[in-house]
Design a binder for this molecule. Structure first.
Ligand SMILES: Nc1ncnc2c1ncn2[C@@H]1O[C@H](COP(=O)(O)OP(=O)(O)OP(=O)(O)O)[C@@H](O)[C@H]1O
Length: 624
């Protein structure tokens, strides 16, 4: 097959791209290129070429990317290139690759250690474990996307991996150093992750320095993302400035912001004057911090999607709507199609139909006889990282995407509205240069137009749990993030301590009806449940769940930080908690929470949950 002519490859690859795609299977390449030059597209085509033309076994190839959403997109693209062979390619984030090495070769592997401990253990296994060495000896090709972000322990891990690969195993690494934004989190501007020290040598530097690893550097020059003249100036001229260390002095961040304003299609917009209703599903509204995204989403009552770390892939509602009362061990196709026809069709239907849904189920938990093993399905879907083909890439319903620059790395949209942070203090020129690169990443997501607005200067705080909060109205109320991972769990939805079976059923029926619409909930503290908050539909409607203790714990933490733990209390009710449809929570057959649930959920393991990501005001009140 000639890759350049293959009908399912959407692009006419240029000569630089083809040099990468069709390089020898054992080549070790670092491909450096700016935004929109096709790095991710070429990364996928490279694997497709190796599989189709060089007889590389799909299961012996690894694709390492940075985020779960990028992984989902890459899988979809590879599927369009090589069909079902794409399911055999090991496409995952670095952390999931690390975890599969850890759990596959260490009998004592548990997810309990700190992140650092787990990675350190994987590095040890790479160095000394014979079984791991056997596994690595099978690998024929590794592709790494977004490699500019690999520093610290992740870089140690990849460096060790590359050193342990067989000498005839090819490696293709894609990177743009102008987009390196590893050090800062999206909590606040100029804030180094967890106060982290300097990141040390980045992976790229290490690969270049170690000549025995045999890497050659190739470059992609042509920009494909956009033909807009202003945007192309940002993609190329601004990139040169961002890469030029001599320019990284005091004021470089402001200078970068000014250049982006100059070349944008429109500027001067204030986000407080914007209505999300003015935008369509092709639009991406980008903010620098999580707090700003939560504020924008809280005040938007139209459907939108959220792109924010911590609100990743959810399982679609159709799973629980079909299987909440399914207690058999195996599911046949006919039965599934009946369930779909009676329960889904026009309600909570995903973008695919029943035939494709069935194929997904078979792929995840199919049996030889053509049925689906429900225990296996639950085990796979109940994992912290369920299979991407059954998860939803965005959190929310439809409409524009509201997100942080960090969570939008590697992605593109027709129209981007970039809300620039207005000023920040930086400790070092290096910190300032990194913040400038964050702006550069944000400005280069646009295909057609870039509108630049001014972000809000407000300060939000982040608790140790990651929950964002912000004092408003001169401290009279506090906006607190609600809906984080762990806020809503299966016992809080259908648990016996929380609900009688009939009430749980009423709540679940409501969530099935509201699976694809926006619902505004009210939280009500329940003294019989240790003041955990019940999630109610208005004043009269059913109770659809109870928030976990995590929220109440964090509310007390906020009071403690303000030295008000003795004088104040969390409120007894909270309004304006918006839910964007429903999602499914799955419990694996061995999950200890099952025994706390009402039937039939205790047996089925499929539960509906409101998809909440809100930033409502909490009025802490003074104790009498
Ligand atoms: N040869 C080509 N012809 C036409 N379109 C192309 C070609 N190569 C890439 N593209 C398209 O250009 C866009 C940008 O590609 P891609 O997202 O892979 O760039 P990237 O280098 O990974 O960008 P970033 O660094 O910003 O993540 C995509 O829509 C892709 O399909």
């Amino acid at each position: 097959m000639n890759i350049a002519k293959h009908p399912s490859f959407e692009a006419d690859w240029d000569a630089d791209q083809l040099r990468v795609i069709e390089a020898e299977a054992d080549a070790r390449l670092v491909v450096e290129a700016g935004p929109g030059t096709g790095k991710t597209a070429v990364a996928c085509a490279r694997l497709a070429y190796l599989i189709s033309d060089e007889d590389v076994e799909p299961s012996n190839t690894w694709m390492i990317s940075f985020t779960r959403t990028a992984v989902a997109e890459i899988r979809a693209r590879l599927h369009s290139y090589v069909g079902d062979a794409s399911f055999a390619i090991r496409i995952a984030t670095i952390d999931s690759h690390a975890w599969s090495i850890h759990s596959g070769h260490d009998a004592n592997a548990r997810l309990t250690g700190s992140y650092e401990e787990n990675i350190a253990r994987v590095i040890d296994l790479l160095k000394s474990d014979k079984d791991v060495a056997d596994e690595l000896s099978q690998i024929e090709h590794v592709v790494i996307d977004e490699a500019q972000d690999l520093v610290g322990q992740r870089a140690d891990l990849i460096e060790e991996l590359v050193k342990r690969l067989p000498s005839d195993c090819g490696v293709t690494v894609f990177a743009d150093e102008a987009q390196a934004i590893y050090g800062f989190s999206d909590d606040s501007v100029g804030h180094r992750k967890g106060g982290a020290a300097k990141p040390g040598k980045a992976l790229l530097e290490r690969l270049r320095a170690e000549s025995s690893l045999g890497f050659e550097t190739l470059i992609l020059k042509e920009i494909y993302r956009t033909s807009s003249p202003g945007l192309r100036k940002i993609f190329s001229d601004l990139r040169k400035d961002v890469l030029d260390k001599n320019r990284h002095c005091d004021g470089f961040h402001a200078e970068t912001a000014e250049k982006i304003r100059k070349f944008a299609d429109k500027k001067g917009l204030k986000w407080t004057q914007m209505k999300v209703a003015d935008f369509t599903r092709d639009d991406l509204l980008l903010f620098r911090t999580r707090g700003e995204v939560l504020m924008a989403a809280q005040f938007c009552d139209l459907p939108h999607r959220l792109r924010l770390s911590g609100y990743g892939a959810t399982l679609p509602a159709w799973l629980a709507i079909c299987f909440w009362d399914f207690v058999e061990s195996y599911l046949g196709e006919g039965h599934f199609l009946d369930l779909w026809a009676t329960r889904i069709e026009n309600k909570a239907a995903p973008h695919y139909g029943p035939a494709e849904a069935w194929q997904h189920l078979l792929r995840v938990a199919g049996r030889r006889d053509g049925s689906v093993d429900m225990q296996k399905l639950r085990r796979r879907l109940g994992q912290a990282r369920p299979p991407v083909e059954l998860t939803l890439p965005e959190f929310g319903l439809q409409g524009p995407i509201v997100g942080t620059i960090h969570a939008s790395k590697g992605r593109e949209a027709s129209n981007v509205v970039l809300l620039l942070p207005n000023g920040a203090d930086f400790e070092t020129a290096e910190d300032e240069a990194e913040e400038a690169r964050v702006l550069f990443v944000g400005a280069t997501r646009a295909r057609t137009s870039l509108i630049v607005g001014e972000g809000n200067a407000f300060r939000a705080s982040t608790l140790a749990s990651g929950r964002v909060h912000r004092s408003v109205r001169n401290g009279k109320s506090t906006m607190v993030e609600v809906g984080r991972d762990g806020d809503i769990t299966a016992p809080g939805l259908v648990g016996r301590s929380e609900f009688r079976a009939a009430d749980a059923k009423a709540g679940q029926s409501f969530l099935a009806k509201a699976a694809d619409v926006i619902t505004t909930y009210k939280l009500e503290a329940d003294p019989d449940l240790d003041w955990r908050y019940r999630i109610r539909v208005g004043d009269e409607g059913p109770c659809v769940g109870v928030m976990s203790r995590n929220l109440t714990f964090d509310l007390w933490k906020i009071l403690e930080n303000r030295k008000q733990r003795r004088s104040h209390k969390p409120p007894s009710y909270v309004n304006h908690v918006r839910g964007q449809g429903s999602a499914t929570i799955v419990l694996g057959p061995d999950d200890s929470d099952l025994e706390t649930l009402n039937e039939p959920w205790a047996t089925s393991g499929f539960v509906l949950a409101p998809r909440i990501a809100a930033f409502p005001p909490f009025f802490f009140f003074r104790r009498k």
